[in-house]
Write a protein that binds this ligand. Structure first.
Ligand SMILES: [Zn+2]
Length: 264
Protein backbone atom coordinates (compact mmCIF):
# COMPACT_ATOMS: atom_id res chain seq x y z
CA UNK A 1 0.00 0.00 0.00
CA UNK A 2 1.36 3.46 -0.84
CA UNK A 3 2.46 5.43 2.22
CA UNK A 4 1.83 9.14 2.80
CA UNK A 5 4.84 10.42 0.87
CA UNK A 6 3.45 8.88 -2.35
CA UNK A 7 0.12 10.66 -1.98
CA UNK A 8 1.80 14.00 -1.22
CA UNK A 9 3.95 13.61 -4.29
CA UNK A 10 0.89 12.79 -6.40
CA UNK A 11 -0.87 15.88 -5.06
CA UNK A 12 2.15 17.99 -5.93
CA UNK A 13 2.48 16.59 -9.47
CA UNK A 14 -1.27 16.78 -10.15
CA UNK A 15 -1.31 20.36 -8.90
CA UNK A 16 1.33 21.26 -11.47
CA UNK A 17 -0.58 19.55 -14.29
CA UNK A 18 -4.20 20.35 -13.48
CA UNK A 19 -4.80 23.22 -11.06
CA UNK A 20 -6.19 26.53 -12.32
CA UNK A 21 -7.92 25.34 -15.49
CA UNK A 22 -11.02 23.36 -16.42
CA UNK A 23 -10.34 19.64 -16.36
CA UNK A 24 -11.61 17.09 -18.80
CA UNK A 25 -13.03 14.29 -16.64
CA UNK A 26 -14.05 10.98 -18.14
CA UNK A 27 -14.72 7.54 -16.68
CA UNK A 28 -13.93 4.24 -18.37
CA UNK A 29 -16.17 2.46 -15.88
CA UNK A 30 -19.93 2.88 -15.64
CA UNK A 31 -19.75 3.04 -11.83
CA UNK A 32 -18.09 6.48 -11.83
CA UNK A 33 -19.67 7.92 -14.97
CA UNK A 34 -21.95 10.36 -13.13
CA UNK A 35 -19.10 11.46 -10.87
CA UNK A 36 -16.91 12.20 -13.89
CA UNK A 37 -19.74 14.08 -15.60
CA UNK A 38 -20.15 16.21 -12.50
CA UNK A 39 -16.45 17.18 -12.46
CA UNK A 40 -16.05 17.62 -16.21
CA UNK A 41 -15.30 21.23 -17.16
CA UNK A 42 -14.88 22.42 -13.57
CA UNK A 43 -11.75 24.36 -12.63
CA UNK A 44 -9.55 22.52 -10.14
CA UNK A 45 -8.62 24.88 -7.29
CA UNK A 46 -6.62 22.67 -4.95
CA UNK A 47 -5.01 19.22 -4.85
CA UNK A 48 -3.85 18.10 -1.41
CA UNK A 49 -3.00 15.01 0.61
CA UNK A 50 -3.90 14.15 4.17
CA UNK A 51 -2.11 10.93 5.12
CA UNK A 52 -3.12 8.37 2.51
CA UNK A 53 -6.15 10.39 1.34
CA UNK A 54 -6.09 12.64 -1.72
CA UNK A 55 -8.53 15.52 -2.13
CA UNK A 56 -9.20 17.71 -5.19
CA UNK A 57 -11.31 20.80 -4.57
CA UNK A 58 -13.18 22.28 -7.56
CA UNK A 59 -14.61 25.76 -8.05
CA UNK A 60 -18.20 24.64 -7.34
CA UNK A 61 -17.07 23.34 -3.92
CA UNK A 62 -17.22 19.72 -5.08
CA UNK A 63 -14.41 17.59 -3.66
CA UNK A 64 -12.99 14.48 -5.29
CA UNK A 65 -11.89 12.05 -2.56
CA UNK A 66 -9.53 9.22 -3.51
CA UNK A 67 -7.90 6.54 -1.35
CA UNK A 68 -5.77 4.12 -3.35
CA UNK A 69 -6.01 1.22 -0.89
CA UNK A 70 -3.89 -1.82 -1.71
CA UNK A 71 -3.96 -1.91 -5.51
CA UNK A 72 -5.05 1.55 -6.64
CA UNK A 73 -2.78 3.52 -8.96
CA UNK A 74 -2.57 6.86 -10.70
CA UNK A 75 -0.78 6.80 -14.03
CA UNK A 76 0.45 10.04 -15.58
CA UNK A 77 0.32 10.01 -19.35
CA UNK A 78 1.53 12.47 -21.92
CA UNK A 79 0.93 10.41 -25.08
CA UNK A 80 -0.49 12.28 -28.06
CA UNK A 81 -2.93 11.34 -29.40
CA UNK A 82 -4.17 9.86 -26.15
CA UNK A 83 -6.05 6.54 -26.39
CA UNK A 84 -9.57 6.37 -24.96
CA UNK A 85 -9.83 5.26 -21.29
CA UNK A 86 -10.20 1.50 -20.95
CA UNK A 87 -12.65 -0.53 -18.87
CA UNK A 88 -10.38 -0.51 -15.80
CA UNK A 89 -10.04 3.29 -15.79
CA UNK A 90 -12.20 4.55 -12.94
CA UNK A 91 -11.43 8.15 -13.83
CA UNK A 92 -9.26 10.14 -16.18
CA UNK A 93 -8.50 13.78 -15.43
CA UNK A 94 -6.88 15.61 -18.30
CA UNK A 95 -5.31 19.05 -18.53
CA UNK A 96 -3.58 20.71 -21.47
CA UNK A 97 -0.41 18.62 -21.55
CA UNK A 98 -0.93 15.63 -19.29
CA UNK A 99 -3.66 13.28 -18.12
CA UNK A 100 -3.96 11.20 -14.96
CA UNK A 101 -5.63 7.77 -15.13
CA UNK A 102 -6.93 6.25 -11.91
CA UNK A 103 -7.35 2.47 -11.61
CA UNK A 104 -8.39 0.19 -8.77
CA UNK A 105 -8.89 2.72 -5.94
CA UNK A 106 -10.47 1.69 -2.65
CA UNK A 107 -12.34 5.02 -2.55
CA UNK A 108 -13.21 7.37 -5.42
CA UNK A 109 -16.15 9.68 -4.83
CA UNK A 110 -17.38 13.23 -5.20
CA UNK A 111 -18.18 14.64 -1.76
CA UNK A 112 -19.17 17.95 -0.17
CA UNK A 113 -16.75 20.09 1.88
CA UNK A 114 -18.56 18.88 5.03
CA UNK A 115 -18.08 15.27 4.06
CA UNK A 116 -14.41 15.94 3.41
CA UNK A 117 -14.12 17.57 6.84
CA UNK A 118 -15.68 14.47 8.40
CA UNK A 119 -13.05 12.23 6.77
CA UNK A 120 -10.21 14.50 7.92
CA UNK A 121 -11.64 14.73 11.47
CA UNK A 122 -11.05 10.99 11.87
CA UNK A 123 -7.38 11.26 10.89
CA UNK A 124 -4.41 11.98 13.12
CA UNK A 125 -1.94 14.75 12.28
CA UNK A 126 -0.08 14.40 8.99
CA UNK A 127 3.67 15.07 9.51
CA UNK A 128 3.98 16.28 5.91
CA UNK A 129 1.38 19.02 6.31
CA UNK A 130 2.24 22.44 7.65
CA UNK A 131 -0.75 22.09 10.01
CA UNK A 132 0.46 18.68 11.28
CA UNK A 133 0.39 19.02 15.08
CA UNK A 134 2.58 16.55 17.02
CA UNK A 135 0.72 17.31 20.26
CA UNK A 136 -2.37 15.55 18.90
CA UNK A 137 -0.28 12.41 18.30
CA UNK A 138 1.48 12.63 21.67
CA UNK A 139 -1.87 12.95 23.47
CA UNK A 140 -2.87 9.53 22.11
CA UNK A 141 0.52 7.80 22.32
CA UNK A 142 1.47 8.55 25.90
CA UNK A 143 -1.86 7.38 27.31
CA UNK A 144 -2.01 4.14 25.34
CA UNK A 145 -1.02 0.67 26.45
CA UNK A 146 -0.90 -0.42 22.81
CA UNK A 147 2.57 -0.92 21.35
CA UNK A 148 4.21 2.01 19.60
CA UNK A 149 4.61 -0.24 16.53
CA UNK A 150 0.84 -0.55 16.39
CA UNK A 151 0.11 3.09 17.24
CA UNK A 152 2.22 4.57 14.42
CA UNK A 153 0.19 2.52 11.91
CA UNK A 154 -3.20 3.70 13.21
CA UNK A 155 -4.31 6.47 10.88
CA UNK A 156 -6.27 8.24 13.65
CA UNK A 157 -3.05 8.54 15.70
CA UNK A 158 -0.77 9.73 12.90
CA UNK A 159 -1.69 9.83 9.21
CA UNK A 160 0.58 8.54 6.47
CA UNK A 161 2.93 5.99 8.07
CA UNK A 162 2.78 2.45 6.67
CA UNK A 163 4.70 -0.76 7.27
CA UNK A 164 7.99 0.26 5.64
CA UNK A 165 8.33 3.56 7.49
CA UNK A 166 7.26 1.91 10.76
CA UNK A 167 10.30 -0.38 10.80
CA UNK A 168 12.65 2.30 9.51
CA UNK A 169 11.61 5.16 11.82
CA UNK A 170 11.59 3.11 15.03
CA UNK A 171 15.01 1.67 14.14
CA UNK A 172 16.46 5.12 13.49
CA UNK A 173 15.21 6.56 16.78
CA UNK A 174 16.12 3.39 18.74
CA UNK A 175 12.69 2.44 20.10
CA UNK A 176 11.52 -1.20 20.21
CA UNK A 177 8.18 -1.46 18.34
CA UNK A 178 6.75 -3.66 21.12
CA UNK A 179 7.15 -0.96 23.76
CA UNK A 180 3.78 0.36 25.00
CA UNK A 181 2.93 3.97 24.20
CA UNK A 182 2.92 4.77 27.93
CA UNK A 183 6.63 3.76 28.10
CA UNK A 184 7.74 6.09 25.29
CA UNK A 185 9.39 9.18 26.78
CA UNK A 186 8.66 12.69 25.57
CA UNK A 187 12.26 12.95 24.28
CA UNK A 188 11.86 9.74 22.29
CA UNK A 189 8.53 10.89 20.92
CA UNK A 190 9.98 14.26 19.85
CA UNK A 191 12.82 12.45 18.07
CA UNK A 192 10.31 10.12 16.38
CA UNK A 193 8.16 13.02 15.14
CA UNK A 194 11.16 14.97 13.86
CA UNK A 195 12.54 11.92 12.07
CA UNK A 196 9.12 11.14 10.60
CA UNK A 197 8.86 14.65 9.14
CA UNK A 198 12.41 14.46 7.81
CA UNK A 199 12.05 10.99 6.28
CA UNK A 200 8.63 11.57 4.71
CA UNK A 201 9.90 14.78 3.11
CA UNK A 202 12.88 12.85 1.79
CA UNK A 203 10.45 10.24 0.46
CA UNK A 204 8.47 12.88 -1.44
CA UNK A 205 11.68 14.25 -2.96
CA UNK A 206 13.25 10.88 -3.78
CA UNK A 207 9.96 9.34 -4.95
CA UNK A 208 10.76 6.15 -3.02
CA UNK A 209 11.50 4.96 0.50
CA UNK A 210 15.27 5.15 0.86
CA UNK A 211 15.98 6.12 4.45
CA UNK A 212 19.78 5.97 4.50
CA UNK A 213 21.78 9.14 3.99
CA UNK A 214 23.70 9.70 0.78
CA UNK A 215 27.01 9.07 2.61
CA UNK A 216 25.86 5.58 3.70
CA UNK A 217 24.57 4.56 0.28
CA UNK A 218 27.87 4.73 -1.55
CA UNK A 219 26.19 5.14 -4.94
CA UNK A 220 23.44 7.20 -6.53
CA UNK A 221 19.85 6.41 -5.55
CA UNK A 222 19.00 5.64 -9.18
CA UNK A 223 21.52 2.76 -9.01
CA UNK A 224 19.97 1.09 -5.93
CA UNK A 225 18.11 -2.17 -6.31
CA UNK A 226 14.54 -2.39 -5.03
CA UNK A 227 14.49 -2.39 -1.21
CA UNK A 228 18.10 -1.22 -0.81
CA UNK A 229 19.02 1.82 1.26
CA UNK A 230 16.95 0.81 4.30
CA UNK A 231 18.06 0.05 7.86
CA UNK A 232 15.54 -2.60 8.91
CA UNK A 233 12.54 -3.23 6.65
CA UNK A 234 13.00 -6.64 4.95
CA UNK A 235 16.68 -6.64 5.93
CA UNK A 236 18.57 -9.53 7.56
CA UNK A 237 20.93 -7.38 9.60
CA UNK A 238 20.60 -3.91 11.09
CA UNK A 239 21.83 -1.20 8.74
CA UNK A 240 23.30 0.68 11.68
CA UNK A 241 25.16 -2.02 13.71
CA UNK A 242 24.95 -5.19 11.53
CA UNK A 243 23.31 -7.29 14.28
CA UNK A 244 20.81 -9.89 13.03
CA UNK A 245 17.33 -8.35 13.25
CA UNK A 246 14.32 -9.71 15.17
CA UNK A 247 11.34 -10.42 12.89
CA UNK A 248 7.78 -10.73 14.22
CA UNK A 249 4.26 -9.57 13.40
CA UNK A 250 2.48 -6.61 14.97
CA UNK A 251 -1.20 -6.44 14.09
CA UNK A 252 -0.66 -9.01 11.36
CA UNK A 253 2.10 -7.09 9.56
CA UNK A 254 5.72 -8.19 9.72
CA UNK A 255 8.04 -5.93 11.68
CA UNK A 256 11.84 -5.82 11.86
CA UNK A 257 13.79 -4.43 14.81
CA UNK A 258 17.34 -4.51 16.14
CA UNK A 259 17.97 -6.04 19.60
CA UNK A 260 20.98 -3.74 20.07
CA UNK A 261 19.82 -0.38 18.66
CA UNK A 262 16.24 -0.85 19.92
CA UNK A 263 16.55 -2.56 23.36
CA UNK A 264 13.30 -3.75 24.91
ZN1 LIG B 1 21.31 -2.15 15.23
Amino acid sequence: MPEGHTIHRLARDQRADLVGRPVEAVAGQERFRSGAERLHGQVLRKAEAWGKHLFHTYDSGDVLHVHLGLIGKWLRRTDDPRPEPISTTRLRLAGDDAAWDLTGPMVCSVVSPDEKAAVVAKLGPDPLRRDGDPERMWAKVHRSSKSIGLLVMEQDVVAGIGNVYRSELLNIVGVDPRRPGTAVTREEFDALWAETVRQLRLGVRRGKIVTMGQDELGRPISKLRRGEGRYAYKQEVCGRCHTVLDVYPIAGRTTWSCPVCQPR
